[in-house]
Design a protein around this ligand. Sequence first.
Ligand code: P6P
Length: 340
Amino acid sequence: MIRKQPQTLHEVIIQEQSAFAYAKGELSRLLSHLAIAAKIVHKKVNKAGLVDILGKADNINVQGEEQKKLDVFADEAFINSFRSSGLVAGVASEENDDIIAFDDELSINSKYVICMDPLDGSSNIDVNVSIGTIFSIYRRISPAGKPVNEDDFLQKGTKQVAAGYIIYGSSTMLVYTTGLGTTGFTLDPSIGEFCLSHHFIDTPEDGNIYSINEGNYTKFPRGVKDYLKYCQESDEESNRPYTSRYIGSLVADFHRNLLKGGLFIYPRTLQAPEGKLRLLYECNPIAFLAEQAGGKATDGLGNRIMEVKPTSIHQRVPFFTGSKNMLDKAEEFMQLYIND
Ligand code: P6P
């Protein structure tokens, strides 16, 4: 019996496109362009230890973090791929202070804008820990024919037409959604194709993994501290104590919890009252994927992340995401101290 070759990303996109209202092929072609940039970055990330792209580029990004050379490489690779697609009118990137409007003839009439974190978790690059690219795709709201402006990017997460991440780990995977479920593809380097490996991911409603940087414990809100105590108490019926797993790379922590069940928390802290993670190109795309897989994503106080109206492109929000029942339990503790 001839083993059926798994479907490629392109085949699945074409198949899914017919069910997707207004893609008319552009969204499919855009995702294919994105996959090309992902393969280019995959090659560099896999060789990072061998060539002189480790260490710091000599500039600081808008987050005040040292830009590593791989950050810069990934940022340029994705921006160039989007610009050459003729489908994207502009990009908001973690690595760039302001939006990048593509004003060439082809792009200025394009339908889509993209928010992205080209290489999230980059502090882990030098220690060979999984890192990722996160992207969020919107239809522009400004009229075609003119350069895009910030309003095109400051749309609620509910307006995303597609979102996803590439995780550069033990294998390189592309996980995305167009609102028809969350699906994963694994790169087969022998044929250079992303092949379907996780169709319609269904994240467990319950889990026993909690992911949070407990080094910030003393600065957490009381509700988070009480929830952590709940996770660590023994209770056979509810399968506690849970397991603590934290890599410090959002894509890696989220991906594990998406498949196994779990809750990721980056709450507000005394020194970061808005939290650390960025709404446009970290929390909204991850929230879209979580919800499409049957999970949840809120600010810890019952406010759905995708309903937050953005006010600036690098805005931060407190972020709770993962298994539905775990998130609901965490919010029960948070609600006890909502007026603190
Ligand atoms: P901390 C990486 O810098 C990042 O933006 C996310 O990928 C990750 O979840 C978080 O920050 C880690 O932050 O403060 O725990 O090191």
